[in-house]
Ligand binder design. Structure first.
Ligand code: GAR
Length: 215
């Protein structure tokens, strides 16, 4: 049985999707063994606890700097012996030391088609830039913020009249599809990082397109 630790900061809808997928047997033989938040009031914690998953808080405000916070995070995560640490709306920038500690077993879901729009306010920036396609990216995390090797992406159209909320909702629906799929591929041992790119055994051409195919 492979072990997943999920890190959240807020609502936790991607975490919910991962837990749901796990319960449906869609994550191969993987189990969500803990959920950790950097905010005691993260709404997602209640859902995880109700699902019977141990929850933990490491409040970033209790630490003077990034390094000491990340050391505390590692100390909270490692006893759960994760095969994968999945960031699901975890809104803290992680130190290079943290990303190296979990190299090739640290994944994130980001609400843009990386490398476009790394960082915050991706939907607003997509609207301001006038792009006609926007989307989301499941990727491995490396020290370079939002620039790790890309596993899966899903694109959505941007419609005239969209605002941040309508666009975010359209993208979020795709996040909920591709993140569990990326985790499943990881758990099936199908992913390999070669020269900063992800080779996914059995990936079909359609998996790279809008509305990815579900293997
Ligand atoms: C999601 O849209 C996720 O992609 C984004 O935060 C939201 C969290 O929602 N993550 C980032 O921006 C990370 N850079 P959720 O808590 O409902 O999953």
């Amino acid at each position: 049985m492979k072990r997943i630790v999920i890190l959240i900061s807020g609502r936790g809808s991607n975490m919910e999707r991962l837990i749901h997928a796990e319960r449906q047997g869609e994550l191969a033989k993987a189990r969500v063994v803990a959920v950790l938040a950097n905010r005691p009031d993260a709404p997602g914690l209640a859902h995880a606890a109700a699902a019977g998953i141990p929850v933990f808080v490491v409040d970033h405000r209790d630490y003077p700097d990034r390094e000491s916070f990340d050391a505390a995070l590692i100390a909270a995560i490692d006893p759960h012996q994760p095969d994968l640490v999945a960031l699901a709306g975890f809104m803290r920038v992680l130190s290079a030391g943290f990303t190296r500690h979990y190299a090739e077993r640290l994944m994130n879901i980001h609400p843009s088609l990386l490398p476009a729009f790394p960082g915050l306010h991706t939907h607003r920036r997509a609207l301001e830039a006038g792009v006609r396609l926007h989307g989301c990216t499941a990727h491995f995390v490396t020290p370079a913020l939002d620039h790790g090797p890309i596993i899966l992406q899903a694109a959505v159209p941007v419609f005239d009249g969209d605002d941040e909320d309508t666009l975010a909702a359209r993208v979020l629906a795709q996040e909920h599809s591709i993140y569990p799929l990326a985790v499943r591929w990881f758990m099936e041992g199908r992913l390999r990082i070669v020269d900063q790119r992800v080779e996914a055994r059995g990936r079909q051409q359609e998996d790279a397109l809008y509305a990815p195919r579900f293997a």
